[in-house]
Design a protein around this ligand. Structure first.
Ligand code: NG6
Ligand code: CA
Length: 515
């Protein structure tokens, strides 16, 4: 072995471990693997072929699932994006923050800069931290000038590096920001953004259908960018606007660069992919590849990106020193506001797998998502039925890296995450568009909620009912049989537990009078 190889090996080895004090003040070695969170947007439980063998084949996602721990009871923190991401990064239930709702592109930063976050905790442990992809957690303090450095944002809550879209692919501003600065902005063509009113003379999806290459079904009829109507109004910033079809490649490229630049030290990468959220704009390489239209095509595109990311880690010699978590921010939706044939070309594919509901729903498909943990050479492949939620990641990864930080609502589930234990959570509050329900062991209790049973626009059952609902998931994973009336004892137990967590004021007492 020549000298440089020895020096390199020693450097790599020292980066694998951190010296840290354990409870009895003994010094012990704690591993410091790189950590990559691959976070899909609206990917359903049944969209991954390792979860639901069907027409769509996702070999790279399957690799993570089949060669790692594949959780069958892995939950997103909410059935929509911003609250889900808030809870992922803070380890707090989203309902503790009343602003944690789907945010417009002009919303202020949702996470307090004093708050404990996953990247902050890992930074304290010596990690380089980066986010690439969809942010949707608000930026700035409420009055953002997009032509200056936008702050606070990801850099102020623990990320050393951030390459993001501000909100969603269907919301303005349709530009990338690198560490708070809009990429490629021409100062002579400043960006203006407004969510209430249009700028004089600017075309909109509503008034100018002749300019559209993708038609809107509901919402999405404000400013037109690249022939696609969006939510919100934007003017200027022509050179900075993203090309939708290139977004996947761009996020992949930035993620790879981050990995390559930090190959010699522990890093945390939050790779927040935009697929299969609307508008679904596959790169031409993937157009038509699924036979299911753009929704299927962008899932295959995302799968390819994951393969490329794995190949990068492998080429850098990092695969055996990297814990890769793969999951989704909420459940699936087909028609989320554009005519893109997602419903018409679905065929036999079942995005929610066997689960009821979808995005926006309190039923299982709203929050139960693909959730896998892969660590080559360390994690022994298995299927785990243990209950775990993304809220647990901050605390569990603190355990992994020797940090004493614990988040408000996260549980210490490191052994579950690594497949060494099957003793997951017992209790979890489920959340969908600010409504909450309770899962305890194999039972789910949904309190009565006003509002429609079905969101007709997206054609998803929301979980609203005038009565209590009680389901036994052990025998009824599809949530078809409401046992509330016949098992009042269990219902009472669940309601008491729920009230204990959510507080007395949450349910109105009249509704609580059980018949
Ligand atoms: C909804 C949008 C939907 C999607 C969602 C956010 C309309 C009618 N619907 O308001 O298309 O953008 O917000 O999705 O505008 S999420 O995954 O980011 O939560
Ligand atoms: Ca989402």
């Amino acid at each position: 072995m020549n000298k440089s190889i020895i020096v390199l090996s020693l450097t790599l080895l020292s980066s694998l471990f951190v010296r840290c004090k354990s409870g009895d003040s003994q010094i012990e070695e704690v591993p410091r693997p790189n950590i990559v969170v691959i976070y899909l947007d609206d990917l359903g439980y049944g969209d991954v072929s390792a979860y639901e063998a069907g027409t769509l084949k996702t070999p790279h996602m399957d690799r993570l699932a089949n060669e790692g721990v594949r959780f069958t009871n892995g939950y997103a923190s909410s059935a929509t994006c911003s609250p889900s991401r808030y809870a992922l990064l803070t380890g707090r239930y989203p309902w503790r923050n009343e602003d944690a709702k789907i945010l417009p592109g002009t919303a202020p930063l949702l996470i307090d800069t004093d708050e404990l976050t996953l990247p902050k905790m890992l930074k304290e442990q010596g990690y380089a931290t980066g986010v690439v992809g969809k942010w949707h957690l608000g930026l700035g303090d409420g009055t953002v000038n997009w032509n200056q450095k936008v702050s606070p944002g990801p850099n102020e809550i623990g990320f050393d590096y951030a390459y993001i879209m501000a909100a969603t692919q269907d919301r303005v501003p349709t530009v990338y920001l690198e560490n708070g600065v809009v990429e490629g902005l021409d100062p002579a063509d400043p960006i203006l953004v407004d969510y209430d009113k249009n700028f004089d003379g600017e075309p909109t999806g509503k008034d100018n259908p002749e300019l559209l290459r993708l038609r809107w079904h509901h919402g999405h009829n404000n400013s037109i960018v690249n022939g696609i109507p969006r939510i919100g109004f934007m003017k200027g910033g022509e050179k900075a606007k993203w090309v939708d079809e290139d977004m996947a490649d761009r996020f992949l490229e930035k993620s790879r660069e981050f990995i390559q630049q930090h190959a010699d030290k522990p890093f945390f990468l939050y790779y927040a992919m935009q697929q299969p959220h609307v508008p679904r704009t596959p790169h031409p390489r993937f157009e038509g590849t699924s036979g299911m239209g753009p929704r299927g095509d962008v899932i295959l595109e995302a799968d390819w990106c994951i393969g490329e990311l794995l190949a990068t880690l492998e080429a850098e010699g990092l695969l055996e020193n990297t814990l890769i978590l793969f999951t989704s921010d909420n459940g699936p939706v087909l028609n989320d506001g554009y005519y893109d044939d997602a419903v018409e070309l679905l065929g036999d594919h079942t995005p929610a797998g066997p689960l009821r509901g979808g995005k926006y729903s309190l039923f299982e498909a709203g929050t139960r998502v693909p959730f896998t943990a892969y660590w080559k050479g360390t994690i022994v492949p298995k299927v785990s039925d243990a209950m775990i939620t993304q809220i647990d990641l901050l605390t569990s990864l603190a355990q992994l890296t020797g940090s004493e930080q614990r988040s408000e609502d996260g549980e210490e589930l490191l052994d579950v995450l690594l497949g060494k234990s099957d003793k997951g959570r017992e209790t979890l509050v489920l959340e969908a568009t600010t409504r909450t329900a309770l899962r305890h062991r194999n039972w789910v209790m949904i309190p009565p909620y006003k509002g429609p049973a079905v969101n007709q626009m997206v054609n998803i059952e929301l979980g609203n009912d005038s009565d209590y609902q009680l389901y036994n998931l052990d025998i009824d994973i599809k949530q078809q049989r409401n046992l509330a009336a016949e098992n009042t004892e269990k219902l009472r137990e669940m309601v008491d537990l729920f009230v204990g967590i959510r507080g007395d004021g949450y349910l109105d007492t009249e509704a609580l009078e059980l018949k």
